[in-house]
Design a protein around this ligand. Sequence first.
Ligand SMILES: Nc1ncnc2c1ncn2[C@@H]1O[C@H](COP(=O)(O)OP(=O)(O)OP(=O)(O)O)[C@@H](O)[C@H]1O
Ligand SMILES: [Mg+2]
Length: 454
Amino acid sequence: MRVMEDRTKIIAKPLFSGRKILWVGCVFILAVMCVSTADVIYSLRKTAAKSDAVVSGFRQRSRLLETLRTLMLRSALSPDSDGERAIESSDLPAAHLQANQILEQFGASLGASGDEATQQRLDDLKSSINQYWDSLPIIREQNASHPVTPPPFFRGAERRQIRHIARQIMELNREQQDRAGAQLHAEHDRLQGELLISSLLSLAVVFALIAGISYRIKTTERFAEQQYKDVVQARAELQTFAGRLEQAQEEERRNLSRELHDELGQTMAAALVELSRIESEMPQDTAAKAQLASVKSELEGSMRSIRDIALVLRPSMLDDLGLVPALKWQGREVARRSGLAVRVEADDDCESLPDTYRTCIYRIVQEALHNVVKHASATSVAVSFRSTNETLLLTVEDNGKGFRPASEKGMGLLGIEERVGRLAGLVRVTSSPDKGTTIQVTLPVPAVEREEVR
Ligand SMILES: Nc1ncnc2c1ncn2[C@@H]1O[C@H](COP(=O)(O)OP(=O)(O)OP(=O)(O)O)[C@@H](O)[C@H]1O
Ligand SMILES: [Mg+2]
């Protein structure tokens, strides 16, 4: 018992049951999954909003550049040759203002995303446009004073100026495209990074949980294993203890039986002999002689009772003559007392058995016969005891009313099972109502025990 307590101290019982840990773990993993899904949805929405903003900014700026380009082209047309699309000279200042406003809007649309190079390019474009626009009334006047048929779209220096501005606008536009692409790319990378981090975090949490749960399960398993070992050991200890107790009990019965038979029995026999001698010396037909006869018969009755008790406690023939005679005597006694037909068959080589086995077999037969007399309402019972190789086979079979072994079990049958179990044997009780009862016991006899006997 002390050993069990010490072991319980070494491996402490886990605080929480494995099922609780599993539940908490699952809920935690679900929570982590929900949080990371919400984070992904939030990030996706943020990225989509940013992408929309980038695309709409790009579109707005492209539209502005397109309007500016159209304005520039219309300014270069001669009102005389292309009155519809050309800008009237009186409208030039307003158109100049519009061009400047477009550039202002473009700059504002760049916002914080506009870097120094773009700003520089924008400033260059602004100064080119202002220069061009300032020189436009003069160019128109020169064109009007020197008309050429058909009027050229652009001429000399002004043509170069316009082409330069057009190239600047194109470059700005291309830059815008690149910038929008880069911004979308950066946004995509950021989202990827966020997803990677949240996935790694979830994975780490899941792994930590799995490790925690595994550890708990292992602790619980070790605890259960230790408890199982303790229970097995306690059972073994209990069995050994019960075996020793039985041995001591048997020894006590043997001593008591001998004491009753040899001491008390002999003393009473001597007293009886003495009484017989006194009786023979007494005169015939006296009251004293009659009293003496009555005392003698009571003494004889007591002697029989003492002999019976001694035999029931432990028949001396079990130790003196052996198992088979003891079993046969027991059969005869049961038959005498109950009127049952008792048949005992046994192999002769069953005699050479150790005391543990002899006592075990004798007590099993005693209990089985007792049960037949007490419960079976049988007319006959057969006891068979055989030895084959290293196995002992005992069968007690009656023709009584039978019973249900699975549901009816008392101390007697349990005692048989325990005795047989201690010697690593097997008990089989076959019975059903009105079909009689058969108890079969198989006992392995280890080689060592046989050697000892030889
Ligand atoms: N040979 C038999 N025939 C019919 N019934 C039996 C027989 N042997 C046992 N039984 C039934 O099985 C029950 C259990 O028997 P068991 O020997 O374990 O206990 P018990 O005889 O009632 O009590 P105890 O043996 O402690 O005096 C009995 O009460 C009886 O009903
Ligand atoms: Mg019984």
